[in-house]
Write a protein that binds this ligand. Sequence first.
Ligand code: ADP
Ligand code: MG
Length: 709
Amino acid sequence: MEAELMEPVKKAVHELDALFKPRSIAIIGASQKELSIGNVIIKNLVHYGYTGALYPINPKMDEIRGIKAYPTIFEVPDEIDLAHVIIPAKFVPQTIEDCGKKGIKAVIINSAGFSEMGEEGVALQNEFLSIAKKYGIRIFGPNCQGIINSDPEYKAYCDFTFTFPKPGKISIVALSGGVGAFIMQSLFDLDIGMRMYASNGNASDVSIPDVIKYYGDDEETKAIILYTEGLSNPLEFMEVAKSVTKKKPILAMKAGRTEEGAKAAASHTGSLAGVDISTELIFEKTGILAFNNEEELCQVAMAFATQPFPKGNRVGVITNTGGPAVIATDELINSGLRLPALSEKAKSILQTTMLPEATIGNPIDVVATGGGAHFRSAMDVLMEEDEIDSIYINFVTAPFTDTDEVARNIVEVSQLKKKPVVCNFMTNMSLERFQETARILKDGGVPCYSFPTTAAKALGALYRYSKTRSRNIGEPKDFPGIDKKKADVIIRQAQKEGKSYLAADGVYEILTAYGIPVADWWLANDIFEAESAAENIGYPVVIKVESSAIVHKSDIGGVAINLKNAAEVTETLEKMKLKFGTRNVKYLVQKFLPGGKELIAGVSTKAGLGHLIMFGLGGIYVEVLKDVVFKIAPVTELEAGEMLSSIKAAKLLDGVRGEKAINKEMVIDIIQRVSKLVTDFPMITEMDMNPIIAIHDKVYVVDARIKID
Ligand code: ADP
Ligand code: MG
């Protein structure tokens, strides 16, 4: 036949296609025993309607679950794309060797007993990995569930779980099989459908970023749900996530942020960042939508599976009942949306189409007696409004209306996909009549929710994504005047001397070299030097004890402020000398800057991620309020600005009750320069500038510490 001679249409082949789109699967360790993994996987594949060839491998069986079995993979007459390995850990390396010889391209190792089991397991894992590498096999797992692809062309249920989703637009990737499974179940219960699923356990080879990238390239995947606990390669993850979130949303659970962690002591930047916030920061930097609540995440996914993204934050509300519209409005506003007034044109149309008792505004109250035509006209008008980006509907199934007709109209307009539509659908699902109404909405792809707040949150999340997608954090700034050489000399010298904290003069010189303004200072060795320094700086001054052994100077009486003349300086120094002695102790004389706002900026490091930059309210407030925020370095100007506006006390920076605002530009500049400093010098592991005093349009660092490796 001619058709057979024709070249098939070439689809781009992806390295992970053997895993997610297998044409044939061997189950190595296939078992006769019901309830064993080697049996359940075959059962699942058959039950789900796997379209390819199945080869149970078992030396003692002729057939398993009615499918012809083979003693080894070498007896299998055909090519095998994917193998499940469900055998004791110690036999796995040899099996991978066999898979390589057979030309198998991907292996899911369900068996446990590897890196999760300590040293011996790690060795076994490394052994099979190097064999896999030799043959170019991609390994999924070990100690994992597997993958599912609901695509009717494959129907690959390579997993031992028990939820059988219909094809859909959402793909799930979860490190934890338990979380993955309940998310899948939740999507199933919500009747959302699922595209692909992957839970990779030990993630020895195919990683979470690998899977995200694959989903990113998969045209049928409209949104990705992610669950991870920490990231083994944060930089790789960030790169992948950044590019995928530009194409499609990634919805993720915030995990690993415990009460205990949040209560961590707050004496300096390091412990303020002690809570595992790095995953959250990565999500923020890469545009992943983070959720605190797994139920909300799944509910929101329903809107992501069906709706377009809004162009802006302006929502039009249609309701046939009052109270729920009030609740919805609160949550819509909470989510950063707003309800603009309708145009005159819109109002004049609605005057003619609505019932006389309807309220024409935003919300549009079509009232409980409003029918399909009323909902229709309200939706049509909102779809035409330039000032409206999305539509929220409250629909209570009032017994005196043709609710099916209402549902059909909502579906028709929403299917234009011009603007996103969500519906808070209030009904009694035990009544057959309303089940039909619900079915019309569901089949029509209208995301329906049982609570106004949930529906509003879903719309809010759609908006959050479109905002994230268009957010461009820009590139970190280059600061031409920086004297990197000077900082380099100071840091090298300290390293040579084996110091972990830089001396005060070194710290201030580095800050100055990086263009970070510091209060006038002098490091004095004796009273005579201190007095002339004070004279030069100009009274009033501050005197601080300087010693590598002292961390919190003021706690032990090592800071004396507002010294107005030479006599006060001398008296203070005499006292401090009695207290701290003279060995290895110096005295920092500094300009006194009273009445300013105290801020803090700092740096800590996170293994595999580099530096975190911190900003917040400084001085004593750090300890009490812990009002600080973090970002991953390098920080751009936009991000630095976001840091100022995202602390809880952001309004304080603008000045309250007639107070003048602080010079925010200068603070934003300082944050970027600190980011530049630690990016230039990765050996800086910790840094604190507390306080930075903002006073009279200017900003000065008056206390700083730098720790190096
Ligand atoms: P430490 O943090 O080691 O206790 P600081 O140098 O931060 O010592 O000083 C403690 C507090 O003293 C600061 O939070 C600030 O309130 C005040 N202070 C220190 N230096 C100055 C200064 N130059 N001008 C005004 N107040 C200062
Ligand atoms: Mg301090």
